[in-house]
Design a protein around this ligand. Structure first.
Ligand SMILES: NC(=O)c1ccc[n+]([C@@H]2O[C@H](COP(=O)([O-])OP(=O)(O)OC[C@H]3O[C@@H](n4cnc5c(N)ncnc54)[C@H](O)[C@@H]3O)[C@@H](O)[C@H]2O)c1
Length: 465
């Protein structure tokens, strides 16, 4: 689901002039931003003479900028952070998203790591079975101003190959896991990436993408136990928790001692641009609830606590029912076996352990680009509505004594940056330096909820059939 961003021709001219300028003893930087309305990359500002520190001060904290830097290359000082990025897709995403942008939000982490660590970032290894793709990505990185982070990166086809070649002086400070979930979240060989890594690198902090697995829920809990015992700090990629509006909702609930009575989540995706065949195929992907609506299931748990999984009930509108026909699937769906085609609508309800009621509607229904997403919660005298958390997060909020909704927005809030930044702060300054909002164990409970929904909907479909 991507939106093309063009480059303003004036920008190209400005960059050409910038490149040909005589270098000064300090650093010169051209800062480029995206004009979201025009979907155009434009020049934000040119700094003739600055330092990296001054530049970092000038940049907005939560709004992406693309920087062309001209500077003399010296050896880096101070502490060096060694980072392994486990997925080529992540790095590819960096380039792709910087070029294309995305309706769901630009989710590349390398860009945030580069921003957070600056010249201290060293990516020592990139693990991806597709060497060609990995090298291509690295080449692009090395041709940019982040060269110093990637100039010594070695590509390995597997975690095992990386470990076999690991030198003590390159012991990593963090491992970023963005590989497809089918290769992790279990203790079974071939799906046990966490075990492979922590056996050899006990205590090394991990970032792990959601969902934590694709296999049996019990297996993922086994991995959660293993990670607790190994003592590795783990942050899972439920980035919506880091949104400032989400934190504001938490604050309102806490300050008013409120117990959530009900959470209703609505996740309506735009399917027309989703051309990845695997996404539509339940034999290749655990399906839209486990893979996608998981973000909203996670928020439901974040606000209202644990779910009584036995209470989950769900219905699905399947592809072969009269109302399930979609006219703009961007490929021939008959390539997917009938039993593996994904549902168009999934509607679920459940009880939380507090007695509160939860509900989720996930729909593969809209065309165009933008998703329509909203999560409403009710508590005594209060209604909190989180609208469009991916693109333009807004909190509409009603409290006792006023029938009108207040509106809360935090412009340029980047939850991906906060997620990355908090983990790095914990690594550098101790485990309490910043909150890690999604632990592996907690993320596994979200995984369990999503499977409970999928299985309940499949059971009810069978009954109807
Ligand atoms: N938080 C978010 O908003 C967000 C957004 C996108 C993706 N994700 C998550 O990121 C993960 C990957 O998603 P994706 O869409 O980039 O997947 P993808 O299938 O596009 O990425 C696959 C990449 O991983 C590489 N790969 C395949 N097997 C591998 C292995 N065993 N070890 C290492 N690399 C391997 C492939 O060569 C490819 O480069 C998923 O868990 C997905 O849910 C999260």
């Amino acid at each position: 689901m991507s939106t093309t961003v063009d480059i303003d021709p004036t920008l190209l001219q400005e960059l050409r002039t910038f490149r040909l300028k005589k270098s000064s003893s300090k650093t010169a930087a051209a800062v480029v931003k995206i004009d979201k309305k025009k979907l155009l990359m434009v020049m934000d500002e040119i700094y003739d003479s600055t330092t990296l520190d001054e530049l970092v001060e000038e940049l907005p904290e939560h709004s992406p900028r693309f920087i062309v830097l001209s500077y003399e290359l010296h050896h880096e000082h101070g502490r060096i952070s060694y980072v392994i990025d486990i997925r080529d897709g992540e790095l590819s995403d960096t380039i792709l998203r910087e070029r294309l942008g995305s309706d769901e939000g630009p989710w590349n982490h390398t860009f945030r790591l580069e921003h957070k660590l600056g010249p201290r970032l060293k990516v020592t290894a990139l693990i991806d079975p597709s060497k060609e793709r990995a090298e291509k990505v690295l080449e692009t990185k090395r041709n940019s101003f982040v060269l110093s982070a990637y100039k010594d990166t070695v590509v390995y086809p597997s975690a095992q190959a990386y470990i076999a070649d690991l030198k003590p002086e390159l012991h990593p400070h963090v491992i970023w896991v963005g590989s497809p979930p089918a290769y992790r979240g279990s203790m079974a060989p071939g799906h046990d990436l966490e075990r492979v890594l922590t056996d050899i690198l006990p205590g090394v902090p991990l970032f792990i993408e959601k969902p934590v697995a694709t296999g049996p829920v019990e297996d993922a809990f086994e991995v959660a136990d293993m990670l607790i015992n190994s003592g590795n700090l783990v942050s899972v990629g439920y980035m919506l928790r880091y949104l400032k509006v989400v934190q504001k909702m938490k604050q309102i609930l806490d300050e008013n001692n409120l117990e959530v009575m009900s959470v209703n989540a609505r996740y309506i995706m735009a399917y027309e641009q989703t051309a990845k065949l695997d996404w539509w195929d339940k034999s290749q992907n655990p399906g839209p609830i486990v893979e996608q609506a998981t973000h909203f299931c996670d928020l439901c748990r974040y606000f209202a606590g644990e779910v009584d999984l036995d209470s989950v009930s769900a219905h699905a509108l399947e592809y072969n029912e009269p109302a399930g026909k979609l006219s703009k699937i961007p490929f021939d769906e008959s390539l997917i076996k009938p039993e593996n085609r994904i549902p168009r609508i999934t509607a679920a309800t459940w009880k939380f352990e507090t007695g509160a009621v939860g509900s989720l509607t996930h729909a593969v229904a809209l065309q165009g680009h933008n998703y329509s997403t909203e999560l409403d919660l009710y508590a005594d005298g209060h209604m909190l509505r989180l609208v469009d958390p991916y693109n333009n997060p807004v909190l509409y909020f009603r409290r006792p004594g006023d029938d009108h909704e207040e509106i809360v927005r935090y412009p340029n809030d980047d939850p991906f940056f906060s997620e990355v930044s908090n983990l790095i702060d914990c690594i550098e300054h101790g485990p309490n330096a910043a909150p890690i909002l999604s632990s592996y164990e907690d993320a596994t409970k979200t995984y369990a909820l999503t499977w409970a929904i999928r299985m309940a909907s499949e059971r009810s479909t069978k009954k109807v059939a």
